[in-house]
Ligand binder design. Structure first.
Ligand code: GUN
Ligand code: ZN
Length: 438
């Protein structure tokens, strides 16, 4: 019927191939003043001429229309520790994060947090995410139920941790396995949801639990896997003490059968060239989390080396190590991290990593990450400027990259006008949102 159709007018930006990291001349697909046609939740076409009267229309002249962002690493319960002062990774976990995660023991609280968290993602233009809830089985149900209600593409799973965590946050191998098996049956492949076996990181799982996680991966070929690797130097040293036989931190995961083409490893700052070769050989992906790496003082990820080694690099906000749910802020931090390491990454490489690049790495390019007909209509309408100063900056942009990079650097959450998931509007900027003075 009529209500299943929608034509959106604006400046369409997406990618058909991976751009180089540092050459701004390699432009994306740019279709200004075009119509995006949506039917039954899917993109069905893009055209320059106005569609006929059978199409309900929404006009956004001068606004950007982008695929919804894909965040490949974030912790739902950690919205409670955003901007927590004073610590590096291991102290930060003990002092701030574990107490916040403990509260997810209460299913009602878990539902409350999950709704806030997902609405927060949608309000920043993120429509798909790989998420760590907590060790509690009910926290996974709460997240998936909330994701399902919003129609979002979510990949998540129960956090596994059976040692080196407070007693009230530890599971055990047998109970964890039973929880995973139940959750996989309930959620994996349910609508747009997929299950990820989720050992928190090597230090918080025993050998027996990592082996159980590997066995789950072997028994259910479609599952994802997510964890952390080589984020912080103290953490890396600790892993070498806990697993003295291992060649490296990454090697621990490979040993237990956890590296494959659906494995997402957050951070990967302190990897060596052998590790990068193993990532490429197994097809495992990196989630680069620059906001977190800056905030926790973890280090500077070597993006060109990972890419040259053949590993897929995607982007995660890593809240609450990261300080914002916004992928746009995450991308701007990605530029800063690479700048500190002496390189300049383009807006195109950053935006690609948060859209089509992540979709391809996850094996989901047929569903998300671009404005290609046939994919689901997860689309976001953005203002390029919200103040006289921003409009001035846009008006003097030298070329498309200059305009889009300045937007990426300056824009806040208030630049999101509308977020659609499978064609359905799930976020709309409040009408009384006044313009900023500068
Ligand atoms: N390593 C293990 N757990 C965590 C976490 O919650 N956040 C970050 N940034 N790193 C981790
Ligand atoms: Zn994390």
């Amino acid at each position: 019927g009529h209500d299943q159709k929608l034509a959106l007018f604006g400046d369409l930006l997406d990618f058909t191939e991976a751009p180089p990291l540092t050459d701004p001349g390699a432009e994306p697909r740019w279709r200004p003043a075009h119509w995006l046609l949506i039917e039954h939740g899917r993109i069905v076409g893009v055209q320059r001429h106005e569609p006929d009267a059978s199409w309900p229309k929404e006009r956004h002249p001068g606004r950007l229309i982008l695929p919804g962002f894909i965040d490949t690493h974030v912790h739902s319960a950690q919205i409670d520790v955003l901007g927590a002062w004073g610590t590096e990774l291991l102290d930060w976990l003990e002092r701030h994060t574990f107490p916040a995660e403990a509260r997810m023991d209460d299913p009602e609280h878990a539902r409350f947090i999950s709704a806030l968290f997902l609405d927060g993602l949608l309000a920043t233009g993120t429509t798909s995410a790989m998420v760590f809830p907590t060790v509690h089985r009910d926290s996974v149900d709460a997240l998936f139920e909330a994701g399902s209600a919003r129609g979002m593409r979510l990949i998540a799973g129960k956090v596994l941790m059976d040692r080196h965590a407070p007693e009230f946050l530890r599971d055990d191998v047998a109970q964890a396995e039973q929880d995973c098996v139940e959750l996989i049956a309930r959620w994996h492949g349910h609508g747009r949801l997929a299950y990820a076996v989720t050992p928190r990181f090597a230090p918080t799982s025993t050998d027996a639990q990592l082996a159980m996680a590997g066995a789950l991966m072997a028994a259910h070929p479609g599952l994802y896997m997510q964890t952390h690797v080589a984020e912080n130097r103290d953490e890396v040293r600790w892993v070498s003490e806990l697993f003295p036989w291992s060649r490296s931190y990454l090697d621990v995961y490979e040993h237990f059968g956890l590296l494959g083409p659906r494995s997402m490893l957050a951070h990967g700052i302190w990897l060596d060239s052998d590790d990068r070769a193993r990532l490429a050989a197994t097809g495992a992906m990196i989630s680069h989390c620059p906001s977190s790496n800056l905030f926790l003082g973890s280090g500077l990820f070597d993006w060109p080396a990972a890419r040259a080694g053949g590993a897929a690099v995607t982007m995660g906000c890593d809240v609450g190590g990261g300080t914002s749910l916004s992928m746009l802020r995450t991308l701007a931090d990605g530029y800063q991290v690479q700048a500190l390491a002496g390189r300049r990454i383009t807006a195109w490489a950053l935006l690609h990593a948060a859209t089509r690049g992540a979709a391809e790495a996850l094996g989901l390019a047929h569903e998300i990450g671009s404005l290609e007909p046939g994919t689901l209509a997860d689309v976001v309408v953005w203002d390029t400027a919200r103040s006289p100063v921003e409009r001035r900056r846009q008006s003097v942009a030298r070329d498309l990259h200059d305009a889009i990079f300045a937007w990426l650097t300056l824009a806040g959450d208030d630049h999101v006008v509308s977020t659609r998931v499978a064609g359905v509007e799930r976020y709309r900027r409040p009408a009384d949102h006044d313009e900023k003075p500068t």
